[in-house]
Design a protein around this ligand. Structure first.
Ligand code: NDP
Length: 165
């Protein structure tokens, strides 16, 4: 099973503030939708709660230490990232997407085959960060520039990194 991580991060690695996203990037949301639709998406409990409900046309696997946390029918609760990944394997999935947040990304980089990173050309204030990673362990296989416009607050680069070894 291929394990992909998908994130939008700023130049200072900020990914969120007060449990919210901090930018309006319509083209990035479209890319997120294009890549994840039809798939299982793994996320931390805080990211799940910040969305309020499962995203349409995707199966959520929510990670929480709380054994009683409730997710709607057709979605899943896991108590560790390993358990979430095992769930994907046991369901014979071809691919899963790890969609955040900061705590989950920190653990997830070691497990990922691919990182889909929207590199937002801004350095806003925030309280949730994407971790630094060893760039030598990854190669860029796709790079595309999106200029800012009335629906996209900042310029961004849409990048795909593949693990080298
Ligand atoms: P997370 O979404 O990573 O969720 C954290 C929670 O996940 C913990 O409180 C815990 O839940 C559970 N958890 C984490 N690690 C483990 C573990 N090893 N075992 C079991 N459960 C675990 O929260 P963050 O605060 O780190 O990130 C949220 C922020 O990230 C928000 O600002 C959000 O908007 C942003 N974000 C940004 C994205 C982007 O692409 N820019 C994408 C996704 C989120 P519990 O407390 O219930 O036990």
């Amino acid at each position: 099973m291929k394990i992909s991580l998908i994130v939008a991060k700023a130049e200072n690695n900020v990914i969120g503030k007060d449990n919210q996203l901090i930018w309006r990037l319509s083209s990035d949301l479209k890319l997120f939708k294009k890549y994840t639709t039809g798939h299982h998406i793994i996320m931390g409990r805080k990211t799940y709660e910040s969305m309020g409900k499962p995203l349409p046309n995707r199966t959520s696997i929510v990670i929480s230490r709380n054994k009683d946390f409730e997710v709607p029918e057709g979605h899943f609760l896991a108590h560790s990232l390993e358990e979430a990944i095992q769930l994907g394997i046991s369901r014979n999935l071809d691919q899963v997407f790890i969609i955040g947040g900061a705590q989950i990304y920190k653990e997830a980089i070691q497990f990922c085959d691919e990182m889909i990173i929207t590199e937002v050309q801004a350095a806003p204030e925030g309280d949730a960060f994407f971790p630094e990673f060893d760039r030598k362990a990854w190669k860029i296989v796709h790079s595309e520039h999106f200029p800012k416009d009335d629906k996209n607050e900042y310029d961004f680069n849409f990048m795909i990194y593949k693990r080298i070894n």
